[in-house]
Design a protein around this ligand. Sequence first.
Ligand code: IMP
Length: 425
Amino acid sequence: MAGTVVVGMQWGDEGKGRFVDVLAKEHTLVVRYQGGHNAGHTIVVDGDSFALQLIPSGILHPAITPVIGNGVVVDPEVLLAEIDMLESRGVDCARLRVSANAHLVLEHHRVIDGLFEELRGDDAIGTTKRGIGPAYTDKASRLGLRVQDLLRPEIFRERLRHGLIDKNAMLRGLGRDELDADELADRYLGEVADRIAPLIADTTALVNGALEAEQGVLFEGAQATFLDIDHGTYPYVTSSNPVSGAATVGAGIGPRHLTRIVGVAKAYVTRVGSGPFPTELAGDLADELIEKGHEYGTNTGRRRRVGWLDAVQLRQAIRLNAATELAITKLDVLSGFDTVRMCVAYDLDGEELLYPPALDAEAERARPIFLDLPGWSGDGLPAEALAFLRTLQDQVGLPVRMAGFGPGRGDEARFDEGVPAEATA
Ligand code: IMP
């Protein structure tokens, strides 16, 4: 078997976790390759809801080794809190493996994230304020600390002192309290380091070993395609690359191992934070979708923005990820509407576009062209819901192989060849 990537096709919160959970059973390792605890997956097992931020969803399957790859940024305190939460609910976390090369998210990153957002004022990105951007900035600036530094207290202290010079200069300049390197080092080097130590591993060797032994490896993307720092709606993006290709760098494997790319999209679109959103809804319809879909951040509790499904965006996401199939979530939330809409093209100054324009100035002028489809009511996947999926397949030219119509394990249909012409659920 080879590598499978599960990647979000919109702005995050597509419900990737539920398909990772479904697919995990067919794999030996589940690997996170980017992002940090800005992510939030909710998985419902036997009526119990688990909210995970950092640990791969595979943790809920005892036979799977969950891996935090080198491309992830790890807040060690958050990791331990998540382990404690899972273990208190009977989930053994001893088999979790964390890359020695993953970078750490530390207190100063959180402080700087909040400060930058404050300084941007009305132009704030709307980050999760978890320190993710500043941790990746330090990584690129060669000022970061890695997970393995927890094992070498002197190196940790020295690198932390270096890493704080620019932050403290800025805090001082703004008349804010500075951070004390020794105090911070003491906070992380005691019990925190001792508890993380047994989890640290050469995850590149682990993942490549599994692939070479023909075991299935599932790469779990966090955030999503349009939050990608290169391909998303910059600057309203996250600071890593969620796209499928990043699984290679973020886990330390070569591209030939990635053969199945599952693109996950919600049956409508949501986004948290600022930035463009062509099919965004307002008013009662938006309120209804938000309440029915419980569209509040798993992590931050923020109300999400909401809009109709955008096939233009999906075509671009399919391209950027080389997606081989689609998985559509939350079809049940669309149940109960007389008509459901799907954006099938953009109108740019009278021209019909099937892909988003490259320039922001054009994207701002582009208007969605909607197709109105008959709505449905009731549970499961009635004929109109299947017709909605078939229309989507036709529009984007890729099979829908999974469709979720409820929050629990089992509330999904699988279509090995895509949704067939006359499918019934
Ligand atoms: P950051 O990743 O905290 O720096 O936030 C940057 C942008 O990505 C903001 O618009 C966040 O709301 C968004 N974001 C980060 N993580 C997630 C996620 O897991 N789901 C949805 N949006 C996210």
